[in-house]
Design a protein around this ligand. Structure first.
Ligand code: ADP
Ligand code: MG
Length: 698
């Protein structure tokens, strides 16, 4: 016997207890993540059919699904390209054809003129008239009247071998148990439900599976019904709670305390800078330093638009941790960016006599061993690198702080791996992102982190002027690029490619570099792409930074982080192929110096509606948050967070776009539950996240 789970809870009732679910069907259901009766109840319809009313033929449009009540007027077998039985039917308002490609002799004899039918099907435009192809139909006889459905008919998302009729049967059985066995216990306190005016759970579930005839589901995208909000809210709440728990777990560990008075190295570093920090940078540094002083691990996300100066903030924090006697790991998502960080950190740290280590995926053999040894012996104060830092054999002597740059590329799990490299003490974690995540998303995806925002750009920056031009104007653009460089400025030429083929993208970049050089023979043109040797890339980047090159032709490898303030023109070829986030990142490479900067988005016609809208957004605004909000609307939350790769934040019911307004509510109710009703928290998390919370105990 299972103990601990109340016998009457659907949580515990395996789906095989429903009639007709044998091992084969159970296996198919498992593919959809459905193991229990509760899972069945949370498997909501994609859409609904209206079989509650008879629709006059005159009102039908192609694409509608509808019930019609008709009389057969003609029936004939057509022998065209495909043999088919064509049945003309009529009601008082018009006529249409039923088309059957497969039919039996029985059907032929039934569907004779005069027969009365009730049909359901999707209306299509035929060669001459509207048609229903293979409709469901019933012959009406006087002694056998048919009643209409009382609720809308659900259509479920499904997998091979599970038909809609099975789903209707499964959900019917599950819903029946709602009455008999109280299977979905209400977990939310009455006070909360009443305040938020949400219906009780069983009622909400029943409504969504069998909406009453008068509801209009097609309006739900704009105005979700309370039933749906009820479920989405509970799911968002459970998600919030699980992240809070994760956070509480992590913060329970001891961490190295770094006293705020340790300012010696930081003061020296500040003094060596050619600029003053912005107020926003100072504020964020103070927030971080306050965290570090506590003996529990910091978990903080620093958001700042491209060019807001996150790197120096990270460096100033790093030296404080080093001064306290600990090591720092600084991790970047691409080799190019890691290399640039190494360059900056070395420039800043060497005068302070701090040793900087560097590890990338390309380091092999002896060189790698040397770095690892110096690290574990505590000779290195900071290790800069790519995801190579996650590897098992990378061991620190006294890891005190992990800095992850451009966080959206790494998932929670990866962060946790690094955290575990700290030995007895948990290192602090500082996560930096330039992806301005809309607030609701940030609150959901990063509920386990505190948030600091660098909401100010260094002074003197000029907004980038963006123009959108058809590729037919390419020659003109190239001439303009030439003139720009003749005046002593520098420029990027960015190549994109439709498929995710790095090889092809690199070839395109090579070809572009050659053709630009032919048209503009006087310019010094460099090339970076992902397939060049690290040393070669590095050298080219350095030359560009030192203004020994006029133009840098590049693939999208320069998307993140690359910082060359004098470059003030960027041309993005085939810009229509890129998403908003990527375009914004790329454009962020210019506009970093004091001179006026330009971004030219070259597109290939014809533009899709979506691409047109993206380019219009880019032209209209350079505010990262506005771009991100638009991106969320155009692409949906999964894509924005890059969760396709990381598998996080996948909701069964909630939709972060549609349910945005529920997120702050879920947050405040999460506080309330933790405070006043802690006993229901684990049950709520288990219901919605189940095994997915496993990593909280890593
Ligand atoms: P991001 O936030 O995009 O990572 P970076 O850290 O690369 O930005 O900084 C962009 C550029 O701005 C760098 O050249 C950096 O040295 C410079 N910078 C950073 N802070 C300031 C400041 N307060 N004043 C002037 N320039 C700054
Ligand atoms: Mg950066």
């Amino acid at each position: 016997m299972m103990s601990g789970i109340p016998a009457a809870s659907v949580d515990g009732i395996p789906v095989t207890q429903l009639q007709g679910v044998g091992s084969q069907k159970a296996a198919r259901l498992a593919k959809l993540g459905i193991h229990t009766v509760q899972d069945v109840l949370f498997h909501l319809p994609l859409r609904y059919q209206d079989r509650t009313r008879i629709i006059p033929i005159r009102q039908l449009r192609a694409g509608d699904s509808a019930v019609i009540a008709v009389t057969v007027t003609q029936a004939e077998v057509q022998v065209g390209r495909r043999r088919s039985l064509m049945v003309q039917v009529t009601d008082d308002t018009g006529h249409l054809w039923l088309r059957f490609f497969y039919f039996s002799a029985m059907q032929r004899s039934q569907l004779q003129p005069g027969a009365q039918l009730r049909c359901f099907g999707e209306v299509r435009r035929g060669p001459h008239h509207l048609e229903l192809v293979h409709p469901e139909y019933q012959i009406i006889t006087a002694d056998q009247p048919i009643s209409m459905n009382e609720s809308l008919t659900p259509v479920y998302p499904t997998t091979e071998g599970l038909h809609q009729l099975s789903w209707r049967d499964l959900t019917e059985q599950a819903l029946a148990r709602l009455d008999q066995q109280m299977p979905l216990p209400e977990l939310l306190p009455d006070a909360v439900l009443q305040r938020l005016q949400l219906p009780p759970l069983p009622e909400a579930v029943r409504f969504l599976h069998r909406p009453p005839a008068e509801t209009a589901p097609h309006t739900w995208t704009d105005q979700p019904p309370p039933a749906q909000q009820r479920l989405a809210f509970e799911e968002l709440l459970a998600h919030q709670l699980s992240l809070r728990q994760l956070r509480a777990c992590q913060q329970a560990h001891p961490a190295p305390g770094v006293a705020t008075t340790l300012q010696h190295l930081a003061d020296q570093l500040r003094a060596s800078l050619p600029f003053q920090l912005t107020r926003a940078q100072d504020r964020v540094i103070a927030e971080i330093r306050a965290d570090l002083a506590s003996p529990h691990p910091m978990l903080r996300l620093v958001q700042g638009d491209v060019g807001s100066g996150k790197t120096i903030v990270a460096a100033l924090i790093a030296v404080a941790v080093i001064e306290a006697g600990y090591q720092v790991a600084l991790m970047a998502p691409t080799e190019l960016l890691a290399e640039q960080h190494r360059h900056n950190i070395s420039t800043w740290f060497t005068p302070l006599q701090l040793s900087v280590g560097w590890l990338s995926g390309r380091h092999k053999g002896k060189r790698r061993q040397q770095v690892l040894q110096a690290l574990v012996q505590g000779e290195l104060t900071i290790l800069v690198g790519t995801h190579a830092l996650f590897q098992q054999d990378v061991q620190f002597a006294r890891l005190g702080l992990v800095i992850v740059d451009e966080q959206h590329r790494f998932g929670v799990h990866q962060r946790l791996t690094l955290r575990n490299k700290g030995g007895a003490l948990q290192p602090h974690q500082l996560i930096m992102t330039a992806t301005p995540i809309p607030r609701t998303l940030a609150m959901t995806a990063y509920a386990d982190l505190d948030l600091s925002v660098i909401d100010q750009l260094p002074p003197g920056r000029q907004p980038v002027q963006t123009v959108v031009l058809s590729a037919q104007r390419r020659e003109q653009v190239i001439q303009r690029l030439g003139a720009h460089c003749q005046q002593g400025h520098q420029a990027y030429w960015v190549c994109t490619l439709i498929e995710e083929s790095e090889v092809l993208q690199c070839e395109t970049a090579e070809a572009s570099a050659i053709s630009l050089q032919q048209v503009l023979p006087d310019l010094r043109i460099g090339l970076v792409h992902g397939r060049l040797a690290a040393a070669e890339k590095e050298q080219t980047m350095r030359a560009f930074k030192a203004a020994e090159l006029d133009v840098l032709v590049a693939t999208t490898v320069i998307e993140v982080g690359v910082d060359v303030p004098q470059a003030s023109l960027m041309v993005i070829d085939n810009a229509e192929r890129l998403g908003l986030a990527q375009l914004h990142q790329l454009r962020g490479r210019v506009g970093r110096g004091a001179q006026a900067s330009f971004c030219v988005l070259l597109y290939q016609s014809p533009l899709s509606a979506l691409a047109r809208e993206r380019l219009a957004v880019m032209r209209a605004t350079s505010d990262g948050f506005a771009v991100a909000q638009k991106d969320l609307e155009l692409r949906g939350p999964g894509e924005v967070l890059g969760t396709r790769q990381t598998g996080e934040v996948r909701f069964r019911i909630a939709n972060l776009l549609r349910d945005q307004t529920l997120v702050p509510l879920a947050q405040s109710v999460a506080d309330e539950l933790l405070q006043d009703y802690p006993a229901i928290v684990p049950t709520l998390i288990q219901r919605w996240l189940g095994d997915k919370t496993r990593y909280s105990s890593v």
